[in-house]
Design a binder for this molecule. Structure first.
Ligand SMILES: [Fe+2]
Ligand SMILES: [Fe+2]
Length: 287
């Protein structure tokens, strides 16, 4: 299985990849290609996919972590470029109106396309329970148990009747990849909270997690939260490698690196191909 970061806020120096505030990963297996999220703009998505040699018409399925525009903005170009009836996997709450209000009028930060527009091109598979997209690639389903801190922003709102209320992020899901008998977890924005997401994956999929990648939304986490997350990750027996990017935040990246070490916590700008410790283990055994 090959997993590459297609879109991220960061790019490496001198990289040919383009960066923007957004996220997308490409998952390639013998069973097919899955695009997880689409970044914020079609321009960056298409440019970076081209560098990876992945024509949108060769994508077998789309999976969307949640409705925010920095994950769904590239969908409009895929309406034209992806094959008709390409399956799209997401949570049923994807179409709820979403806003950000920092000052003045609330700004729409949700999906820019309607259900009808998407359904005219894609086969919509909307479910709050885990769905298998292609063999070995799953959505987590809704992360409903959230005893630990969530990845919230005080600015994020949803429409509830005539008023706007705090976004409950019910639509937030991650992807679970089966790497042999172990798991990788790809997060979109992790609004449901990293520890909640990992606990959910362990409960539902019951296998050791060896890789965690994506936006971990720890920008509003307190120092105590960050220390606790580092401690919990350090105590996971399968010693997952962590590739934080997108909305994780610099402070969180530094704290996690200081706690877990730079061989465990890796940067993940656009163009990064994930390495799975599992593969390394096999390589070491073969040598
Ligand atoms: Fe988000
Ligand atoms: Fe995001």
């Amino acid at each position: 299985m090959d997993v590459t970061c297609v879109v991220d806020d960061a790019v490496q120096r001198s990289s040919r990849f383009w960066g923007e505030h957004g996220l997308a990963f490409l998952i390639e297996t013998e069973a097919g290609r899955v695009l997880f999220d689409t970044g914020q703009s079609g321009t960056v998505l298409l440019h970076n996919l081209e560098l990876l040699g992945a024509d949108p018409a060769t994508i077998d399925a789309l999976a969307i972590s949640h409705a925010h525009h920095d994950h769904t903005g590239g969908l409009s170009v895929l309406l034209e470029r992806a094959l008709p009836a390409t399956p799209l996997y997401a949570h049923p709450d994807l179409f709820r109106e979403r806003f950000s209000r920092r000052e003045g009028e609330p700004r729409n930060v949700g999906l820019s396309l309607t259900r009808e527009e998407l359904a005219a091109r894609f086969t919509l598979n909307l479910s709050s329970v885990p769905q298998e997209i292609i063999p070995g690639v799953w959505t987590t389903g809704e992360i409903s148990e959230r005893p630990d801190p969530e990845g919230r922003s005080i600015y994020h709102l949803v429409r509830d009747g005539d008023t706007l209320v705090a976004d409950p992020y019910r639509d937030d899901m991650a992807l679970v990849l089966e790497i042999g008998d172990r798991l990788a977890v790809l997060c979109g924005c992790c609004h449901a909270g990293l520890l909640n997401t990992l606990a959910h994956v362990q409960r539902v999929f019951e296998r050791p997690i060896v890789t965690i990648a994506g936006g971990l939304h720890l920008t509003s986490a307190t120092e105590d939260d960050l220390r606790r997350i580092g401690k919990v990750l350090a105590e996971i027996e399968s010693a997952p490698r962590v590739y934080p990017n997108h909305c994780t935040g610099e402070a969180a990246f530094v704290t996690l690196t200081l706690t877990l070490g730079s061989s465990v916590v890796r940067p993940c700008p656009a163009g990064t191909a994930l390495e799975f410790p599992h593969d390394t283990l096999h390589l070491e055994l073969r040598e």
